[in-house]
Design a protein around this ligand. Structure first.
Ligand code: COA
Length: 380
């Protein structure tokens, strides 16, 4: 079935389509590299904290010491969540997926935010800070409540990443583990027009507010083809179980043409720029926690995928086991991705708002040709 636009090309999955300009990050496929506001992401990981990177994404420049201190204080001051939100989280059925919970929690945070409907850039920036600060608190509370534990209040004197450990576990692990987590936050923060960022921009382009855009982003991130892959990678590693089983396991999957989670990428076809950095930090978490088995299984799977399919791992491949070894429950991995990516989504919502045009593509119609409505009495 065709229509009069059938001669127009379709870019299924928007593959290869440039939808707008962006100054937030640059993905360079030829060199497998990624920059945020011009800075190579691996250098940001080595030299900066996640808070500095969040500031960079929103302001376009790295902060001075004074700016960073003020930003840290402002973020720490906004970490608290209301009793009402805790009650909402408590009301979720125990089997709820934490991504559904955080999606609902962000919607609820909008109800409590006096500026929720204000789409001015200044208000959007203030709301972005509040979401950045409160999302980890809601996630950690959800994790503890599900386990029948009381939520732990955020500690303002702790850094962003340290505080996440404190709120989940009541303690902060050794420095190299916190650093690995902080690095994962930096690497997850931003990645061009990925599916969730594009979803957030589509919503922002209708002049809806930041919370609505972030809820859309969370919905898109949940899918296993996008953020949900970090959880799926760990399920996979657990079902492989031991290094001795790894080669047979993956060969069997490939024979059955199954999708192997944590491999492949829409943009990178010769390797994901973020993988070498995250793999190094995953290995240091394995050293700190005695989790070498996960590194060994991962190494075999990656070698076999390369040899048999020529497909490289993506960021979720080392990030999944790193989070597992840090002690986070597997279904909380993608919510942790949300805690980071909210910075990128907000940067894009601000950018979209500064030069907005409603995002509204077209489709070729393949349904029935125009026909007459037959009244119900004549339809038999
Ligand atoms: N396991 C097995 N085969 C894979 C694969 C994977 N993870 N990723 C891609 N391929 C294969 C496809 O089957 C396809 O093979 P074919 O040409 O024989 O049909 C080929 O590689 C091209 O893949 P395609 O699905 O067209 O690429 P895409 O750009 O549409 O998809 C992803 C990219 C990320 C959705 C895809 O690689 C995937 O599903 N990966 C697993 C999920 C994941 O890790 N997501 C996180 C992304 S950061």
């Amino acid at each position: 079935m065709t229509d009069d636009t059938s001669g127009q090309p379709i870019f299924k999955g928007l593959v290869g389509v440039f939808a707008d300009e962006s100054a937030v990050s640059k993905v360079m496929v030829e060199t497998n590299s990624l920059t945020y506001r011009g800075y190579p992401v691996q250098d940001l990981c080595e030299q900066c904290s996640f808070e500095e990177v969040a500031w960079l994404l929103w302001e376009g420049e790295l902060p001075t010491r004074k700016q960073l201190n003020a930003f840290r204080r402002a973020e720490a001051a906004e970490r608290g969540i209301s009793r009402a939100l805790v009650r909402v989280i408590e009301a979720f059925p125990k089997k709820s997926h934490p991504m559904d919970m955080i999606r609902t929690a962000v919607s609820f945070l909008a109800q409590e935010d006096a500026e929720a409907g204000d789409i001015s850039e200044a208000a959007t920036r203030r709301k972005a800070l509040r979401l950045f600060a409160k999302i980890p608190t809601a996630i950690a509370a959800a994790c503890r409540l599900r386990d029948g534990l009381r939520p732990i209040r955020p500690k303002p004197e702790l850094g962003f990443s340290e505080n996440i450990f404190h709120m989940f576990f009541g303690s902060v692990p050794e420095k190299r583990v916190v650093k690995a987590f902080d690095v994962s936050m930096i690497l997850y923060a931003e990645h061009g027009f990925n599916a969730s960022t594009f979803a957030a921009r589509v919503v922002a382009s209708t002049q809806a507010d930041l919370h609505s855009a972030v809820v859309a982003g969370i919905g898109a991130l949940k899918g296993p083809l996008h953020g949900g892959a970090n959880e799926a990678v760990m399920q996979m590693l657990k079902s492989v179980g031991t290094p001795a089983r790894a080669r047979g396991w993956i060969d069997d999957k490939l024979e059955h043409r199954a999708l192997v989670m944590g491999f492949g990428h829409r943009v990178y076809k010769h390797g994901d720029s973020r993988v070498p950095t995250m793999s190094r930090y995953r290995d240091s978490v394995a050293e700190a926690t005695g989790g070498q088995k996960w590194v060994e299984i991962s190494t075999i799977l990656a070698e076999e995928m390369m040899a048999k399919k020529g497909i490289h791992p993506n960021l979720d491949f080392p990030a999944g086991p790193a989070y597992f070894m840090m002690g986070f429950p597997v279904d909380f991995f993608t919510p942790l991705f949300v805690a980071s990516r909210v910075t990128g989504w907000a940067a894009h919502v601000i950018e979209q708002g500064a030069d907005n045009r409603l995002i509204r593509p077209l489709s070729h119609y393949t349904g029935r040709p125009q026909r007459e409505v037959v009244p119900i009495r004549a339809r038999g």
